[in-house]
Write a protein that binds this ligand. Structure first.
Ligand SMILES: CC(=O)SCCNC(=O)CCNC(=O)[C@H](O)C(C)(C)COP(=O)(O)OP(=O)(O)OC[C@H]1O[C@@H](n2cnc3c(N)ncnc32)[C@H](O)[C@@H]1OP(=O)(O)O
Length: 208
């Protein structure tokens, strides 16, 4: 991202991690939108409350500022990005300086890539996804829109993840597996077979 200023939508745990990245990137944060202002003692980053984005006039936001969805929940993040698009606000992706991203990877808009994440060659990270701390997305993987690859999970080569899917922390997915839309892969799971849409997969299938 260029050094524009930014507003964030949502101000809780996931936002705090993003705000650390923005500080390292020297991006000025002009304020946050949320249902209501946080308590003073919870305003850890001393941000100005700009209101509930659905209720305030957003005309004061011009092209010189980005608006970023800072919510970990996939469904809510999708709705926020729809809102950003409907209001023709300017999107960006945020890549923490401690992430490693191949020049040959494609990172779409409103994606967050956290510290320690690795995105290797020819990976495609679609709109609104999160690649969280220390996660590895190997060569030629595709991450669907509004999905979340949680901390330390490992997607080996050519894995395909659908839309609105959560790959839990420390999960491993073996090469070439396809995970559907609206799937939850439990933390620590090992996935060796394709997973259909709208399902939950937990644990691993150990056998000799
Ligand atoms: C920075 C961040 O914090 S990013 C956050 C990223 N989030 C994650 O990684 C969380 C991923 N979520 C999980 O792994 C959750 O445990 C879920 C979604 C799989 C839980 O699903 P639920 O349907 O609510 O399952 P529930 O908690 O009722 O457990 C059902 C059973 O599965 C077991 N189970 C739950 N999760 C797991 C898991 N990851 N691995 C193995 N077993 C599990 C439970 O122990 C329980 O077993 P039991 O019936 O023998 O008692």
């Amino acid at each position: 991202m260029s050094n524009k200023s930014i507003y964030i939508l949502g101000y809780s745990g996931h936002a705090y991690v993003i705000l650390d990245s923005l500080a390292k990137l020297n991006v000025e944060v002009l304020g946050y939108f949320d249902f209501e202002p946080c308590n003073t003692f919870d305003n850890f980053y001393d941000l100005e409350y700009k209101g509930n984005e659905k209720l305030v006039d957003l005309n004061f936001i011009d092209d010189s500022s980005y608006v970023f969805p800072s919510i970990g929940d996939n469904g809510i993040r999708e709705k926020l990005i729809q809102f950003i698009e409907e209001n023709e606000l300017t999107q960006t992706s945020i890549i923490d300086p401690k992430a490693i991203v191949s020049d040959k990877a494609i990172i779409e808009s409103s994606v967050y890539i956290a510290p320690g994440a690795i995105i290797n060659s020819l990976a495609l990270i679609k709109k609104g996804s999160i690649i969280n701390s220390g996660a590895t997305v190997e060569h030629e993987c595709v991450i669907g829109e509004f999905s979340h690859i949680a901390p330390n999970s490992v997607l080996t080569g050519n894995v395909i993840i659908g839309k609105n899917t959560l790959v839990g922390a420390n999960a491993t997915i073996v090469p070439g597996v396809k995970v559907g839309n609206n799937v939850i892969v439990g933390a620590g799971s090992v996935v060796t077979k394709d997973i259909p849409d709208n399902s939950k997969w937990v644990g691993n299938s150990l056998r000799m």
